[in-house]
Design a protein around this ligand. Structure first.
Ligand SMILES: Cc1cc2nc3c(=O)[nH]c(=O)nc-3n(C[C@H](O)[C@H](O)[C@H](O)COP(=O)(O)O)c2cc1C
Length: 284
């Protein structure tokens, strides 16, 4: 909910224009039903030229003025986006500085959120023993999955359900690949010293999108700090089906693991951008 300081307000009404939830009537005045309508998005606060608005409950937050110029040029942003790659080899024992992790969580916290509901939680794993327990349990899960996925009856059931056969082929191969006992390196977590997991309430479908956006914000922030990241789809899938793994992670069942990132210092440096296809566009 918000409050307007009428000693400062000059009735320009930009707050009224900015309010999606129609908490503010022209005047500006806060509507009586504002209490239930306000999603505390802070748009009225951010746009008010006179600093006349307070978002209740956020009084202690530091109000940083925005610079007149955009902090990142489109060229710099594109270079950052094109230069970011998933890191598949982390320097063993090279810890991620606290301030970088804190920055990643702050970046995740300011991502767009449906209805500004921000129902996400972040979990940071840095204890090598917990990470090892997670690794073992995840691999145990995929050993089971590799057996099931590679039976003819499962493949037939997959087809009968109308599921994507190509996905079945990719997953079957991937499960065999990560559980292959002849592998002499960590092909699940790539020796990452830290895992960052973002969860959303299991039964809230919109929140899944929030969590993806939050995770990508964290990835991009890490990139600016020279810290490597990589999503881990294996951990995401296993954690959402295997209660024992979720217990090891200390995450309650009512939360769904959406974003799972390995975080650390990359073993090798990228020298150049790789070619990528632009997504097909239909203009109408
Ligand atoms: C949802 C999701 C899950 C992923 N899971 C894994 C994974 O388990 N292991 C891995 O090495 N890379 C994983 N990746 C990284 C992709 O393989 C990678 O984004 C893709 O190959 C393109 O490479 P780039 O990110 O370097 O541009 C995942 C990416 C996404 C978006």
């Amino acid at each position: 909910m918000i409050r307007i300081d009428y000693d400062r307000c000059d009735n320009c009404n930009v707050c009224w224009q900015a309010c999606l939830a129609m908490v503010i009537d022209r005047g500006p005045v806060v509507r009586p039903e504002g209490e239930t309508l306000c999603i505390e998005c802070g748009h009225c606060y951010a746009v008010c030229p006179r600093g006349a608005i307070t978002v209740l409950g956020y009084e202690e937050e530091e109000a940083r003025e925005l610079p007149a110029e955009r902090p990142v040029s489109p060229e710099a942003m594109m270079r950052l986006l094109r230069g970011r790659r998933s890191c598949r080899g982390f320097r063993k024992g090279a810890e991620v500085p606290d301030e970088v992790l804190q920055g990643m969580i702050e970046a995740a916290s300011v991502a767009p959120s449906a209805h500004n509901s921000r129902p996400l939680k972040a979990y940071v794993f840095r204890d090598p023993r917990t990470i090892e327990d997670m690794r073992r349990r995840t691999l145990a899960y995929y050993r089971r999955m590799a057996r099931i996925f590679n039976t003819p009856i499962f493949a037939a059931a997959w087809r009968l359900c109308g599921l994507d056969e190509e996905e079945h082929r990719i997953l079957s191969g991937a499960f065999l690949m990560i559980t292959d006992p002849s592998r002499d390196r960590d092909v699940l977590f790539y020796d990452a010293p830290c895992l960052l997991v973002i969860t959303a309430p299991r039964l809230n479908s919109m929140a899944q999108g929030d969590a993806w956006l939050a995770s990508e914000n964290a990835v991009l922030y890490a990139e600016t700090a020279g810290v490597g990241t990589c999503f881990n789809g294996f951990l995401i899938m296993a954690a959402n089906w295997d209660r024992r793994l979720l217990r090891i992670m200390g995450i309650p069942w009512k939360e769904r693991v959406v974003g799972a990132l390995m975080v650390g210092h990359a073993k090798s440096e990228w020298k150049r951008e790789a070619p990528r296809r632009t997504i097909p566009v239909k203009r109408r």
